[in-house]
Design a protein around this ligand. Structure first.
Ligand code: FAD
Length: 403
């Protein structure tokens, strides 16, 4: 067992830390207030190679492994969740789905421009009537000779108005005995006629990010943009979530770290009853708990990343990493406000934003209730993972780094 990060891991970690802390941290409060994503974020993340960090170079990526992806997410969310959300949807939920399920031709044509950051990608699963219950999806894609005709609406879609591509799951078989088996996945070009998009405002958190909706009216999606076989949409969506959840878990660890660092700083600065508040045991208890959550959450996501590198199925471990870290990040942010007293309750400090941002991650990519059902299901023997036709490829440095 080797707990050390490689030289390459440390370099990408430092590069992303510099980007997030120097370029984004100074403007993030204002963007959050304006409820707007800063225009430079996506092009800059593309330019730095962050949007393609864990993809083979032959598909436009940086040739790094899945651990590097986790480290990037931790660094981004230590500044703001909106940055990590970009990785969750563009990399985890969409591009990694193409790496796993796409044909060689699709990887060249669709994945490579995404990994290079030329095309921004999002993930369209949720609908107004289908959230946790994915099999309730009502959008349809009807086969019409040489194209699929896509109709329906997707809600709560991160980057809906910023993305060029969406991985969309729609119903292709209305008569399937099991509704899970009637779904298929498509990579939809959002510039096609019949696509409209819009933003959702008034969210509790991730206000410096972009969340919206996608609507499809008789959109003609070419057959070569169907990902996987007809009827594989549910399985594809679930394996995309295995990758998206990894990024959410790793990011939540970054939010815990930010809450811890802010609390330690303030505990040294603030005096009450003639002593700095860090000297009080009840404040120490909160800080100790943040340390515990940070270290445990980090080990859980690194294990999931290691399993991805080995090509081992990690649905169970990724779900645990995501559930643990997101719940713990909410608690850490809340306690960070408590450490800051009244000042933590205002936007003079960052911690109130951490709390608002942390709540979203307990809802998206499987609510904490869904993760509890999963963990109990595995423990009780009610649930096990069947092998997939296409597994996420194990990290192979030679293949990943060959042009
Ligand atoms: C900021 C944000 C960004 C998002 N980005 C995306 C995106 O990019 N793409 C995308 O497709 N979706 C996205 N979503 C949607 C998100 O994935 C869904 O909100 C989530 O899956 C939950 O679905 P729901 O909101 O419909 O809640 P519901 O499924 O209606 O759940 C409501 C409540 O019931 C509980 N519940 C449901 N079923 C069960 C059960 N069987 N047992 C116990 N409790 C249950 C839930 O845990 C929850 O507490 C985003 C959401 C947010 C808030």
């Amino acid at each position: 067992m080797d707990f050390a990060l490689s030289e390459e891991h440390r370099m990408v970690q430092q590069m992303v830390r510099d980007f997030a802390q120097k370029e984004v941290a100074p403007i993030i409060k204002e963007q959050d207030r304006k409820q707007e994503m800063a225009a430079f974020i996506l092009p800059r993340m593309g330019e730095l190679g962050i949007l393609g960090v864990c993809f083979p170079m032959r598909y436009g990526g940086q040739g790094m492994d899945y651990i590097a992806l986790g480290l990037v997410c931790e660094e981004l969310e230590a500044v703001d969740s909106s940055l990590r959300v970009v990785m969750s949807v563009h990399v985890g939920l969409n591009s990694m789905g193409l790496l796993q399920w796409g044909t060689e031709e699709q990887k060249q044509r669709l994945l490579a421009p995404q990994a290079r950051g030329e095309k921004v990608a999002c993930f369209g699963l949720t609908e107004s009537g289908a959230g946790s219950d994915v099999a309730a999806i009502a959008s349809t894609a009807r086969w019409d000779g040489d194209v699929y005709i896509l109709n329906g609406e997707k809600m709560w879609i991160s980057l809906a108005t910023k993305a060029h591509h969406a991985l969309v799951v729609a119903r292709t078989n209305l008569k399937a005995a099991d509704p899970h088996e009637g779904l298929s996945a498509f990579l939809v070009d959002l510039s096609l006629p019949g696509v409209t998009t819009g933003d959702i405002h008034g969210k509790l958190g991730v206000r410096a990010g972009s969340t919206g909706w996608l609507a499809f009216q008789d959109v003609r999606v070419p057959v070569e943009n169907r990902i996987g076989e007809e009827g594989e949409g549910f399985k594809i969506a679930m394996s995309c979530l295995d990758n998206g959840r990894y990024t959410v878990g790793a990011g939540a660890v970054g939010l815990i770290r930010a809450s811890l660092e802010a609390s330690v700083r303030y505990a040294h600065e603030r005096k009450a009853f003639g002593r700095e508040i860090g000297k009080f045991q009840l404040i120490q208890q909160k800080i100790a708990r943040m340390v515990q959550s940070y270290e445990a959450g980090r080990l859980l996501y690194l294990r999931a990343g290691w399993m991805k590198n080995q090509g081992l199925r990690n649905t169970r471990e990724t779900s645990l990493a995501k559930w643990f870290a997101t719940d713990a990040s909410f608690e850490a942010a809340s306690e960070a406000i408590q450490v800051h007293g009244a000042y933590g309750y205002s936007d003079e400090y960052e911690v109130e934003r951490y709390l608002r941002n942390s709540k979203g991650a307990i809802i998206y990519e499987g609510t904490s209730e869904i993760h509890q059902l999963m963990q109990a299901g595995y423990a009780l023997g009610y649930r096990e993972d069947a092998p997939l036709r296409c597994e996420l490829p194990a990290y192979d440095a030679e293949f990943w780094q060959a042009e």
